[in-house]
Ligand binder design. Structure first.
Ligand SMILES: [Zn+2]
Length: 182
């Protein structure tokens, strides 16, 4: 699995992009719901980690069926219904945000060195992993103070920084074009 930092950063980027589309959503509370929806959907499938910790069996509980296309659809529908109920905003947009954010998580874990993800569960429990990994991944099994976490940070830090910088550049340009049109 990649570290939570990358999943949170991608969730934040999706929030910034979604901000452009949820234009009817005004007020601090509704903005908070939007950022919670994006960050929540980008990270929620790793909550099986808690079950693994409670049962002292991380590998047995974490990154199982939760990291599948089927689970992404379930999370997407959940975010769609909740978002609609809490804000009255179009369910289709919330559903899309939930689905894209969850798929981003599964894609990142697919691109991480490790045992891969059960992408097509329940059709098959086979695990799929990218032949060209992008992320070194976080090795919880090596303990909290393992020096391998420095490698994780050295790998993910520049990717996160580049992603945030690109998003900022793109959105700034979009805003300038918008003012220019107005
Ligand atoms: Zn994960």
């Amino acid at each position: 699995m990649a570290s939570p930092l990358t999943h949170i950063a991608v969730g934040y980027v999706l929030f910034r992009i979604a901000n452009q589309y949820f234009t009817e959503l005004t007020g601090t509370v509704k903005r908070l719901i939007l950022i919670c929806g994006a960050l929540g959907a980008a990270t929620v499938v790793d909550m099986d980690f808690v079950l693994g910790m409670l049962h002292h069996d991380l590998a047995g509980y974490h990154n199982q069926q939760s990291h599948s296309l089927c689970a992404a659809v379930v999370v997407g529908i959940g975010v769609g219904v909740l978002g609609r109920l809490l804000t009255g905003h179009r369910m289709r947009r919330w559903l899309t945000l939930g689905l894209v954010a969850t798929l981003s998580h599964i894609l990142i874990d697919f691109l991480t060195i490790g045992r891969g993800v059960q992408l097509l569960w329940p059709l098959t429990e086979a695990r799929f992993t990218s032949p060209i990994p992008l992320f070194y991944g976080l090795r919880w099994s090596e303990g909290v103070w393992s020096s391998s976490h420095l490698l994780t940070l050295a790998n993910e830090g520049p990717i996160i920084a580049a992603l945030l910088w690109l998003t900022q550049q793109k959105l700034s340009r979009h805003a300038v074009e918008h003012i220019g049109e107005g």
